[in-house]
Write a protein that binds this ligand. Structure first.
Ligand SMILES: Nc1nc2c(ncn2[C@@H]2O[C@H](COP(=O)(O)OP(=O)(O)OP(=O)(O)O)[C@@H](O)[C@H]2O)c(=O)[nH]1
Ligand SMILES: [Mg+2]
Length: 315
């Protein structure tokens, strides 16, 4: 049996608290008035006796409820947290809120995958993703990073549909003194692709596209399929400011490209990265880089879990 204390303004209120928590599964064993000197007022403390297993069950229920809402407020999807809660409902870990929060954080930390940086594991890297997420900016940051690591880099731009797109990457390429090619036809792509094979790394920027634009997706697929032996690395670029429902739509469509890495952008623009965390947990994708601002080349980080978890939980 376990003794539990309830304190309220009156004996009736204290008893009510016990009843709210344990229905009628408890026995009152004592009640006393306490004088609070600081506030100059009396309160009432009651002591009740309850069955330990019952206490645990009820406590676990409250812990799960409160901790779930803590994580759901941070954008984690309810189904994931419900499933996890179901699995641990009878375990020690749900005895206290702090333990349960730590347990969930550990679990997320374990399930999320980050890549060790190895720029030349795949020579050719293509960057795909929805409009305006920061693909071109990220390609410029990476071009700078890889060049300063001593690799020779070429930039290819499939982003020829958008006004100004060509100039944007061309400008970075000029600043970095890197070869840069804009592609409008598959024929030219083939030619350029073969011509830059002497480089250590080839970065291919693509047009931002709606995940529902299947025509453009098919076109990109054709480009990526150019060289099966070279195994083009597909990097899906997503902004951390996105909603979970949109992430699912993106995954459904860009998923046809067989994503190797996910690059998360605009960490500086949001406090809530729960939807992204849920998405990564659901699809078991590897993270490669994070971007944390507009500044080229500085605002780029190699993906790391510590940063991600800190951002998720808030300090
Ligand atoms: N705050 C913030 N802005 C960023 C970040 N990365 C890129 N941006 C900005 O986002 C805007 C769009 O960036 P782009 O690189 O053109 O995005 P994109 O995905 O290439 O866009 P499309 O080619 O039109 O699909 C620009 O104003 C960038 O400066 C980031 O990490 N944080
Ligand atoms: Mg772009």
């Amino acid at each position: 049996m376990l003794e539990v204390l309830f304190v309220a303004n009156s004996p009736k209120e204290a008893y009510q608290l016990a009843e709210n928590k344990y229905k009628n599964g408890f026995k009152l064993i004592s009640a006393k008035q306490i004088y609070n000197e600081k506030e100059d007022k009396f309160s009432c403390e009651i002591k009740v006796l309850i069955d330990e297993t019952k206490y645990f069950d009820l406590n676990a229920e409250t812990t799960i409820k409160r901790v779930s809402s803590f994580f759901i407020k941070r954008g984690l999807i309810k189904s994931w947290i419900d499933e996890l809660s179901k699995r641990v409902a009878n375990k020690e870990v749900v005895k206290s809120e702090k333990d349960f929060i730590i347990y969930i954080m550990h679990r997320i930390n374990k399930l999320i995958k980050t890549n060790k940086e190895n720029p030349i594991e795949h020579k050719v890297k293509v960057f795909v993703g929805p409009t305006g997420v920061g693909k071109t900016t990220t390609v410029a940051k990476l071009a700078h990073r890889y060049s300063s690591q001593g690799y020779s880099v070429a930039l290819i731009n499939l982003d020829a549909f958008k006004a100004g797109a060509f100039e944007q990457l061309a400008y970075f390429a000029k600043r970095l003194k890197l070869p840069h090619y804009t592609i409008r036809t598959f024929q030219r792509f083939k030619k350029v692709y073969n011509a830059v094979q002497d480089k250590d790394i080839i970065l291919i920027d693509t047009t931002g596209m709606s995940p529902y634009d299947s025509q453009r997706l098919i076109k990109t697929l054709r480009y990526i399929d150019i060289d099966k032996s070279n195994d083009i690395e597909v990097n899906l670029v997503i902004s951390t400011t996105i909603k979970y429902e949109d992430l699912e739509a993106i995954h459904k469509n860009f998923g046809t490209l067989k994503i190797d890495n996910v690059i998360l952008t605009k960490f500086d623009e949001t406090k809530y990265i729960g939807p992204i965390i849920s998405y990564l947990l659901e699809h078991s994708l590897s993270l490669s880089y994070f971007t944390i601002g507009q500044s080229i080349p500085d605002d780029l980080l190699v993906a790391n879990k510590k940063f991600l978890m800190k951002k998720f939980i808030g300090g």
